[in-house]
Each structure stands twice: as structure tokens, then as C-alpha cells.
Design a protein around this ligand. Structure first.
Ligand code: IVH
Length: 699
């Protein structure tokens, strides 16, 4: 029996490792559950066969009154921080000077935003795990750490008889969001960020609570090892720990010199948002251990390592008031008016608040001190209040019952969180609709922006989207001081926009719930705007990905008298309302799989992929021998190297544009310049939300 139990245990531990550490399971979940049930059953029958490293022993021991204290045999140091290339180079110069003729090379790692722990293994078994604490003494959180599935409870007999590994416990972003959703549903306060959530989860007195939180861990160092020699460089040690069954970061990189470190930092500064967990910088470590020893520590920081941080993404400030903007489809969107705060070098004055329900859910009051977050290009958002800073003067937000722009009584559709102004002539909606029409993902009319539209509306030169096509030079000259040349350019780009593909026109019309991808589907299946307008619900529902909500909103749109009038005006202005239907089999990119990497200047990802698909090609995520083309933009990732090593054709953005032009020339017998503007600008398609995209942020 002992053998059966041991074999089962070994099998489960192996599959656990495949699943949680390597991310590459070999058996189904059902199969895994079956093994687990079998082991549980046997252990219940023969309790003397239970061992501390059995996978059944992870799921949460009984709660404790308080954590025990663990003295760290060697202190857990912290890292010196730097925020600029200049400071990084100074650090490099200092260590080069100290090392004399010995040239340091570096191991670069991501700086995980979680909390540090030290784990001690004795004779192959996890003996205890502790938080960093003050660096000298931490809290004994062994029972909680045992619930982290990627952490081995036992390691190979080959490992040193006693050793300590160090690493970062973190909560992946998905798990964090899910946890907050559940807490919101239960009326509990939300965690401000994944790090706080991870710390809160690990420092639970009841390990059963920890077991329900999807914590994970990356090991980033060896504290000490007794009784066996270990490799002599950091990266080799990481490989060694990996071979013992620990989860080590796959994102680490060997860097020959400080400029490579700079490159690693700038790459991840741009790609941090693609990671499934939060990072706040990179860590550069001198790779050779003997050089680390030689460099030693200053105070509580090693000289041989440095944290090179990314610009901050969160800050706190006061919520002065909550404003309301009206979106293109009439939604009333509350937004935060903030005391200006600088976050990562950008001054934030306004931030998104989503909807009234969200404000209530996050328990945000007017006058609160709030945590504000900005990430990449997305609109800054209010994460939540700092409740401890309340004075009692804060006020609850109430959604107005009338549209702040036109005074019409607002409506709430059942099943939707947003409230709407139902007045299609509401000036705010008209402005937003016109902006959406000319936006990049829409008809892409260069030179016509927010201000010009506002002026044209004021003069009464435009009132619906079709009016752009009857604008004259005199009118344009009258509303804005412009050179003749600019006026001519605007008129030219308006004229050219008449030839845009049907998908763009459908998107540009701004039908509720019809985004870029949906518009492409509708164009492909209908072939013309008239057919789409005439389709009944049943026909619409037969199109893939279209459900009743979208079908209804399309029907509503084409029932509206004003919209039909606009379409007639577009027809009269000779705007193309149909697509030549093409046989997919004959499309020029048929059978070609594209993979995109890095930041493209002229397209968003969905735009580039839509163009590829329009021409019969496919878009994938992984580079394999079957990949037709790898298209790369700024800061390409490892995919570029992989493509090169596999002999896959690589295209930079301009080659890609040329290829698309050539291919669309084959479809439409004449190159389609319409979909491809070569300029870089920031006129993106407006979302259904409005108001904040530019105005909230100033550099
Ligand atoms: S090395 C002496 N490597 O950053 C070396 N730390 O500010 C100290 N951290 O307490 C740690 N990712 O919690 C190291 N790849 C990484 C890290 C990392 C995150 C955290 C760790 C530490 C803090 C130091």
C-alpha cells in the first residue's frame, strides 16, 4: 500500500509541476482530480501514510492566533532604486571602479510587485517560509505558503541538505480582478492593487482563506546552501533552482554590459502591460558570485544589484468633484475632477469613473482622497478611496435625472448599467457622433478634429455626418483661420473618404454596440449598407457572433427616420455604400498566417488584423515554421528573433503596408490608399465613452 500511495503522490506532484510551474499540463483536469481523489481516499484509510509533502497537505491548515517570528539566518536586503539611465550608468561606473580590471556582466530580471519571502528546505522538505519583515526577522507564514501550488513542498534528493531560496509572492492581475469582483459582490472593501491583495492574502491567519486566493511565486535567489556546492553565477543558480523544481522567471536575461541593461529596461517599460502580473521595474544583478562578494553591501543594500524602476502608475490626490460627460450614444459618463497630481511625470486632472454603480461599488465619495492609476495610453482611472483619510465632510454622488447638456430626462435600459440621454439631437451626442465618424478607425478624415467640428456645428454648417461632404472652402475659411492649402487638404481628405471600405463606414455610423470587429463582420455578410438596413432580426441573428442585443440595436438604428435621411444624403454625396463581394478562395493573402509584434505606428492591433483578414490572411500569436510573415514594429519582442531563426519572412511596418497595398490592389484592381494613412497621429476612434481621452492628461 505504501508503494501505491507513494507512486500516486509522485504522479500528482509531477502533474502539479507540469501545470503550475511549466504551464504545460500533460493530463486533463478531470484526470488530475481523479488521482487526487484516489490519494485522499487512501490517506484517509491509512493516516500513517500521510507525509508533509503530500499534495493533499496544501489546502489550508487551521487558523492561528498570531504568526510566529522567524529570525533570518542571513538578512533579506533591499535594493537601491534608480529611475533614470544616468543613475544606472553612475552605478555601473561605481562598480567598475571598485572591480578594477574585472568586467561585470549582468543578470536582468523583472521586479515583481508582490512581497518577498524566504523558504527553508531541510533534507528535501519545505521546513518553513517567512515574510521579509524588517529584513532580520519575519513572520512565519509556512502554512499559507504551502497553499501556493507552484511551490514545491519537497525537492529532489540531489538538492543541498539545507538551503534557503528567496522569491516574490504575487497575485496575477486576472486573479486580482476576480478577487475584487467577489469582494464587491459581498460588499467588502476592495484591494487597491495586486500587491496589497497578495500581502493581505499571504498574511491571513486562516490558511483556508489563503488557499482560495490564486497566489503564485517566482524564486529569484538563493539565500544560502549548506553541504553541497552550487554554481558560481546568478543565472546558473537560477537554472539549477529550476532543475530542482522551483518556478523561476522565464523573462530573465543575460546582459553583457550596461547598455544591454538599459535596453532590457526600455523594452519592459513598454511591454509591462502585456504581462499577466504587475511589475514596477527591472532588477540588474552582477552575474558572477565572486564579484558580488567582492562588491559587498552598503547599509542594507547590496552594491551588486540595483532596481531600475518604471515611472509610477499610481498616485493619491483629492477628488474635488464628479462631472458628467455625454457620449456619442447618449450615455452619461461620470468622471473625476481631481486636484492635479503628477504620476510618472504626467499631470492628471481628470480620471475615469465608469458609471454610477462602479462609484457606489468602490465606495467613492466626493471630497475623498483617492488612488489614481494610469497605465500606458489608457485613460487614467480612480481605483478607490483612501478611507482612513476621511474627514466626515465627504458627500455621496447622485446621478442627475436630466441630461446636463440638453436637459432631457434620462432613461435607464434594463440590464444595462449605463444611463442615457434619449435625445438624438442632444448637442453633446451630435458632436461625439461627428468626431467618431471622422476618426481613424472610421472614415479617417484627416484635419477634421474636435475643435473644427465644434465650430462647424456652431455655425450650423454640419448637423449630421453626411454634411461633411457638402462643406465648401468658404465655410471652412470662415470658421477657422486656415491657409488655403490646409483647406484644400481637408476637402481632399473628405472627398477621398468616400471610397472607404464598407466595414469602416458601418463602424463610422456609430451604431450602438457595433465596434470595429463587428462592423467588419457585418460588412462581410451584408455586402452593402442597403442590405444591412433591410435585414430583419432573423437574418441578423444568422450572422456569426451576433446576438439579440446587437441585432436589436442595428434594427433600431435603421428604423430611425433621421438615420435613413443621413444615409440618403451619403448616397447622394457618392459615398460608397457597398463592397464588391470577393470570393474568399481568390483573396491574395489566402493561407498566409501573420504574427504581429512590437508597436505599430499606423495601426492598432485590431486594425492591422482586420486588414489582414479582409484580404484573406490569418493572424496568430505564436511564431512557428508555418508562419507566413512576422510583422514587427517598435520594440519587437523575442518573436522577431524566433522568426529569424526559423527562416520566417520578417516585415517592418513599411514593408507590411506595401504588401497590404499590393494585395488590396489585386482585390479592387487599384491600390487602396483609403485604409492606410501613412502619417502618425493620435486620432483614434472615439469610444462610446466621451470627454476624457485627451483632456484629462497633459504632459
Ligand atoms: S533581489 C539583494 N530580485 O524587490 C537582492 N528582488 O526592493 C534583493 N523584488 O524585497 C532582492 N523582484 O521583494 C530581487 N527579481 C527580483 C525581484 C525582487 C521583486 C522585490 C523584493 C525585494 C524588493 C527590493
Amino acid at each position: 500500500m505504501k508503494n501505491t500511495v507513494e507512486n500516486l503522490r509522485e504522479a500528482i506532484n509531477y502533474h502539479n509541476y507540469r501545470y503550475y510551474v511549466l504551464d504545460s499540463p500533460e493530463i486533463s483536469d478531470a484526470e488530475y482530480d481523479r488521482l487526487m481523489r484516489e490519494l485522499k481516499k487512501l490517506e484517509e484509510e491509512y493516516p500513517h501514510l500521510v507525509t508533509p509533502d503530500s499534495p493533499t497537505q496544501r489546502v489550508g491548515a487551521s487558523p492561528v492566533e498570531a504568526f510566529g517570528v522567524v529570525e533570518h539566518p542571513s538578512p533579506l536586503l533591499s535594493l537601491a532604486n534608480t529611475f533614470s539611465e544616468g543613475e544606472l550608468i553612475e552605478w555601473n561606473n561605481r562598480i567598475i571602479k571598485l572591480l578594477g580590471s574585472q568586467h561585470p556582466t549582468f543578470a536582468c530580471e523583472l521586479k515583481m510587485d508582490g512581497l518577498a519571502v524566504a523558504l527553508t528546505y531541510v533534507n528535501g522538505l519545505l521546513q518553513h517560509g517567512a515574510t521579509r519583515g524588517d529584513g532580520f526577522r519575519g513572520e512565519d507564514v509556512t502554512q499559507n505558503l504551502r497553499t501556493i501550488k507552484s511551490l514545491p513542498l519537497s525537492v529532489s534528493k540531489e538538492a543541498p541538505p539545507k538551503f534557503e531560496v528567496r522569491g516574490e509572492v504575487y497575485l496575477p492581475v486576472k486573479g486580482f480582478k476576480k478577487l475584487n469582483d467577489t469582494r464587491a459582490a459581498e460588499g467588502l472593501p476592495l484591494f487597491a492593487n495586486p500587491r496589497n491583495a497578495a500581502a493581505g492574502s499571504l498574511r491571513q491567519l486562516d490558511p483556508r482563506v489563503t488557499a482560495r486566493r490564486p497566489l503564485d511565486i517566482y524564486i529569484y535567489g538563493l539565500g544560502y546552501a549548506e553541504g553541497k556546492s552550487v554554481p558560481s553565477s546568478h543565472l546558473e543558480i537560477m537554472e539549477y533552482l529550476k532543475s530542482l523544481g522551483f518556478k523561476v522567471s522565464p523573462y530573465s536575461k543575460y546582459c553583457e554590459n550596461i547598455m544591454d541593461v538599459e535596453g532590457y529596461h526600455s523594452y519592459w517599460a513598454g511591454h509591462r502591460g502585456d504581462l499577466p502580473f504587475e511589475v514596477d521595474g527591472v532588477v540588474a544583478k552582477v552575474n558572477t558570485l565572486s564579484l558580488q562578494v567582492e562588491l559587498g553591501d552598503v547599509g542594507r543594500e547590496p552594491r551588486w544589484a540595483i532596481a531600475y524602476k518604471f515611472p509610477a502608475v499610481q498616485g493619491t490626490t483629492r477628488l474635488i468633484n464628479i462631472g458628467i460627460s455625454v457620449g456619442r450614444t447618449g450615455t452619461l459618463n461620470p468622471y473625476a475632477i481631481l486636484e492635479p497630481v503628477s504620476i510618472g511625470g504626467v499631470t492628471i486632472r481628470q480620471a475615469a469613473l465608469h458609471n454610477a454603480e462602479d462609484i457606489g461599488r468602490k465606495d467613492i465619495l466626493i471630497g475623498d482622497t483617492v488612488i489614481v492609476q494610469r497605465a500606458g495610453e489608457v485613460i487614467p482611472e480612480v481605483v478607490g478611496p483612501v478611507v482612513s483619510k476621511r474627514t466626515g465632510q465627504e458627500k455621496k454622488f447622485v446621478m442627475p435625472s436630466r441630461c446636463p447638456e440638453c436637459g432631457t430626462e434620462i432613461v435607464k435600459t434594463e440590464g444595462e448599467v449605463a444611463v442615457r440621454c434619449p435625445n438624438l439631437n442632444c448637442p453633446a451626442q451630435v458632436q461625439e457622433r461627428l468626431q467618431h465618424f471622422v476618426s481613424r478607425g472610421g472614415m479617417d478624415i484627416e484635419g477634421v478634429g474636435e475643435k473644427l467640428i465644434a465650430a462647424l456645428l456652431k455655425e450650423g454648417y454640419v448637423s449630421d455626418v453626411a454634411d461633411f461632404y457638402s462643406l465648401t472652402a468658404e465655410q471652412l475659411l470662415k470658421v477657422e483661420r486656415m491657409a488655403d492649402k490646409s483647406v484644400a487638404n481637408i476637402l481632399e481628405s473628405i472627398k477621398n473618404s468616400r471610397e472607404r471600405p464598407l466595414a469602416r463606414l458601418i463602424f463610422a455610423l456609430g451604431i450602438l454596440h457595433v465596434g470595429e470587429e463587428m462592423a467588419a463582420t457585418l460588412a462581410r455578410h451584408s455586402g452593402s449598407l442597403d442590405k444591412l438596413a433591410g435585414a430583419d432580426t432573423e437574418e441578423l441573428l444568422s450572422i456569426p457572433n451576433i446576438g439579440p442585443k446587437i441585432a436589436d440595436s442595428i434594427r433600431e438604428f435603421f428604423k430611425e427616420e433621421r438615420n435613413l435621411k443621413t444615409i440618403e444624403k451619403l448616397r447622394a454625396a457618392e459615398v460608397k455604400l457597398e463592397e464588391k463581394t470577393v470570393d474568399v478562395g481568390s483573396l491574395p493573402l489566402k493561407g498566409k498566417e501573420f504574427v504581429l509584434t512590437g508597436k505599430l505606428e499606423h495601426f492598432t492591433r485590431p486594425q492591422a488584423e482586420a486588414r489582414i483578414k479582409e484580404l484573406g490572411g490569418g493572424a496568430g500569436d505564436n511564431v512557428t515554421r508555418k508562419t507566413g510573415y512576422l510583422v514587427y514594429g517598435a520594440d519587437p519582442g523575442s518573436k522577431l528573433q524566433k522568426a529569424r531563426s526559423l527562416g520566417v519572412k520578417v516585415l517592418e511596418e513599411s514593408d507590411f503596408i506595401a504588401l497590404l497595398e499590393e494585395a488590396s490592389g489585386q482585390v479592387r484592381s487599384g491600390p487602396d490608399k483609403s485604409g492606410l494613412s501613412r502619417r502618425a497621429g493620435s486620432r483614434r476612434a472615439g469610444s462610446e465613452r466621451s470627454g476624457l481621452s485627451q483632456s484629462g492628461v497633459t504632459s
